[in-house]
Design a protein. Structure first.
Length: 584
C-alpha cells in the first residue's frame, strides 16, 4: 500500500499496520519538481508503532540529496526546524517559459562544485535523531505571532467553513504596543445571520489553541484598496469585552476596592471576587505591585506568598494577618498548585536552581482555563534539613508527589535550567516504570557546568558573597519577589542552590523516549539550536527547538513566558485533539 503527500492520518496507517498482516506500507513524499524525494516504510502487523507522533517523510531516496537549511542556507542540527531543499540527478531543470520563477525556486547548490542546483520546496521540516525527515508545515505565507508560526489561510478556511460566512480574512493586529493578537474579519452571506461568538466556538472546535483568533469582527464588506485588494490597514479594531467572565460581583466596599486594584494591576476592565489573579495574566512581579497597592490603599498587610496561597480578591481579604506554618507550607511546599481548574491532564513544572517554583505562575493565562498547572519546589525550602542525594532521588520524590494528583500517565512535564534536568530525569524514571510522557518541555537546560544552575540572580550572588548576611541583603534589595522571604527562608534558597549545583556536576542523564520541546535563550554568536542538539543522545524522540529572544535569567519574565506559553499551549491543544480523535 502506497500513500503520497506531506502528511497522512496516523490513526489510519496504524490500523493498516495492526490489521493487515504481510502488508508493506510505504509513505512517499515528493514535490512535482522532483517526482519522488523520500519514503518511509512499515510492515504489518504493528512492527513499528506510530505512538501518535505522526508520519515522518522518511529517508531520502537514491540519487537524492536533502538539505535542511536556515535562512542563510546553513545546515541546521537534527531536531531543529528548517526549510527543505532537494538536489540530485532526478531534479527538474526549471519551469518551462518562466525564467523568473525558475531562478527563485531552483537555486545554486552551495554543497556541490559542479554548478548544479537544488529545489527550494517551501516545506518546513527537521531531521529526527534516526536520520528521517519530519514534515512540520509550509514556510510560504506564514506569519509569526508570539514565536509561533501561523498559516492565516488555515484560520480563514476554518471560519469560511461556516455556511453563513461569505468572506473571511485573518490578520495580526497590535492595537496596544507590544500586544499582538490574531483577529478574524467575516462578511456574512446575504440573508444569513451569524455572531462572532458562534464563529469563535466553531474555530475552537476545529483549530489548535494558538490558531484560534482572539476576536471575530463582522463586517458588511471588506475594505478594499484602489487596486481592489483587501485594505488591512483600514480594518477596524475589535471591541474589548466590557467585563471579566465568571466570578461573583463585590459584596461590600472593601471587596469593591480590592477588585478594582486587581483590575488596575492586570489591566482588565473588571474583576470578580472569585477571579484568579494568575489566570487573568498575573505573575510574581505584578503580584509585588498588587500587594504594595493593597497596603497603600486599604492599609492591609499582604505578601506575594499570600497571593500564591489565595489568588482571588475574596481569598486575599480572608487571609489571616499571621499566616503561620500553614501559610509557609502552602506557598513553599513541594507541590504548589498554580491553577487547579480544568479536566485536562496537569502540567507539572519543576523549579529552577533556587528551588522556588513561583516563576511559573505566569504560564496560567497562556494555557487556558481548562489546563491545571502545578509547580514542584525543593523540599529543602519547607524542610531546611533536607538534602537530596542525587538528581534521581529528587525525581523520585517529585514523581511521588505528582502521582497524588495524577496516579497514572501519560504525563506532561516542564523544567527550566536545573529544573529541566530534573524533569528529563523524571521522564527517564517514568519510562523505566512503563509509563509514558506525552510532553517534555525544557527551558534553556545545560547538562553540566556551573552556569547551568544560575537561573535567578540570588544564585550568582551567592557565589560572589561569602558573607551570608550580605548575600541575603543583596537579595532583599534587588529581588522584589524574594524580598518578602524571611532570613531563614532566604538561607534555605541559597543552600538549595548550592546543593543543586553539586548534584548537577555529577549527574549523567539517562535516555527518555519522548519528543522534546526545547526553548533556547538567545546567545550572540551561538549557532541556532546548538544547545538543543546536545540533548539528542538523551532522547529517542524529536527535539523541536524554539529560540527565545532573551537571556537565560529572563526566561520566565512576562514577554518570554508569553512566547513559551503560547507554544506549550499549542502542543497541549494538539495532544488533546489527538486524544479526542483516538477515543472516537
Amino acid at each position: 500500500m502506497w500513500t503520497g503527500g506531506d502528511v497522512a492520518a496516523p490513526a489510519a496507517v496504524q490500523r493498516v499496520l495492526d490489521h493487515c498482516p504481510d502488508t508493506v506500507l510505504v509513505h512517499s513524499y515528493g514535490p512535482t519538481e522532483t517526482t519522488f524525494a523520500s519514503h518511509n516504510q512499515w510492515f504489518g502487523t504493528g512492527e513499528r508503532a506510530l505512538r501518535g507522533t505522526g508520519l515522518h517523510l522518511g529517508r531520502p531516496m537514491d540519487n537524492t540529496r536533502s538539505h535542511v537549511l536556515d535562512d542563510a542556507l546553513r545546515p541546521v542540527p537534527p531536531g531543529v526546524p528548517g526549510e527543505l531543499y532537494i538536489a540530485g540527478s532526478h531534479l527538474a531543470r526549471g519551469y518551462v517559459g518562466r525564467a523568473g520563477l525558475t531562478a527563485e525556486r531552483f537555486v545554486p547548490d552551495p554543497f556541490e562544485g559542479d554548478g548544479s542546483r537544488m529545489y527550494r520546496t517551501g516545506d518546513r521540516v527537521l531531521w529526527t535523531p534516526a536520520g528521517e525527515l519530519r514534515f512540520l508545515g509550509r514556510a510560504d505565507g506564514q506569519i509569526k505571532l508570539r514565536g509561533v508560526r501561523i498559516e492565516p489561510g488555515e484560520v480563514e478556511r476554518a471560519l469560511a467553513a461556516h455556511p453563513s460566512v461569505g468572506q473571511a480574512l485573518v490578520v495580526v493586529r497590535e492595537d496596544r504596543p507590544g500586544e499582538k493578537s490574531l483577529v478574524g474579519y467575516v462578511v456574512p452571506r446575504a440573508g444569513t445571520a451569524v455572531t462572532g461568538a458562534e464563529l469563535l466556538a466553531g474555530a475552537r472546535a476545529t483549530l489548535p489553541e494558538h490558531l484560534v483568533p482572539s476576536a471575530v469582527v463582522l463586517l458588511d464588506a471588506l475594505p478594499l484598496t484602489v487596486n481592489g485588494k483587501p485594505d488591512r490597514a483600514a480594518l477596524p479594531a475589535p471591541h474589548r469585552p466590557v467585563s471579566a467572565e465568571g466570578g461573583r460581583r463585590p459584596r461590600n466596599a472593601r471587596e469593591e476596592v480590592l477588585c478594582a486594584l486587581f483590575a488596575e494591576i492586570l489591566d482588565v476592565p473588571r474583576v470578580g471576587i472569585d477571579d484568579n489573579f494568575f489566570a487573568l495574566g498575573g505573575h510574581s512581579l505584578l503580584g509585588v505591585r498588587l500587594v504594595n497597592r493593597v497596603r497603600g490603599v486599604l492599609g492591609i498587610e499582604r505578601t506575594v506568598r499570600d497571593l500564591f496561597r489565595l489568588p482571588t480578591p475574596a481569598g486575599l481579604l480572608g487571609a489571616p494577618d499571621d499566616e503561620g506554618e500553614d501559610g509557609t507550607a502552602a506557598a513553599l511546599g513541594v507541590l504548589l498548585p498554580l491553577s487547579t481548574r480544568g479536566a485536562r491532564r496537569p502540567l507539572f513544572c519543576v523549579h529552577p536552581g533556587t528551588g522556588v517554583g513561583w516563576s511559573y505562575a505566569g504560564l496560567a493565562r497562556h494555557l487556558g482555563d481548562d489546563q491545571p498547572l502545578y509547580a514542584l519546589q525543593a523540599r529543602a525550602l519547607s524542610e531546611p534539613g533536607h538534602r537530596p542525594r542525587s538528581v534521581e532521588a529528587m525525581a523520585d520524590d517529585y514523581l511521588e508527589q505528582i502521582r497524588r494528583i495524577q496516579p497514572w500517565g501519560p504525563y506532561r512535564l516542564l523544567g527550566w535550567s536545573y529544573g529541566g534536568l530534573v524533569a528529563h530525569t523524571m521522564a527517564v524514571r517514568l519510562r523505566e516504570a512503563g509509563e509514558r510522557v506525552e510532553l517534555l518541555a525544557l527551558m534553556d537546560v545545560h547538562q553540566t557546568g556551573p552556569g547551568s544552575v544560575s537561573v535567578l540572580p540570588p544564585e550568582a550572588r551567592a557565589e560572589k558573597a561569602r558573607d551570608l548576611a550580605a548575600a541575603i541583603e543583596d537579595i532583599r534589595r534587588e529581588d522584589p519577589v524574594l524580598a518578602g522571604f524571611s532570613d531563614a527562608e532566604l538561607h534555605a534558597v541559597l543552600r538549595a542552590s548550592e546543593t543543586h549545583a553539586a548534584l548537577m556536576a555529577r549527574h549523567v542523564p539517562g535516555v527518555a523516549d519522548t519528543d522534546t520541546v526545547f526553548f533556547t535563550a538567545r546567545r550572540p554568536g551561538e549557532r541556532e539550536g546548538a544547545l538543543a542538539a546536545t540533548w539528542i543522545p538523551f532522547t529517542e524522540g524529536v527535539i523541536d527547538n524554539h529560540t527565545i529572544e532573551c537571556g537565560h535569567l529572563q526566561m520566565t519574565e512576562p514577554k518570554p513566558l508569553e512566547t513559551i506559553g503560547r507554544i506549550v499551549a499549542e502542543k497541549l491543544s494538539a495532544l488533546q485533539k489527538e486524544e479526542t480523535r483516538s477515543q472516537s
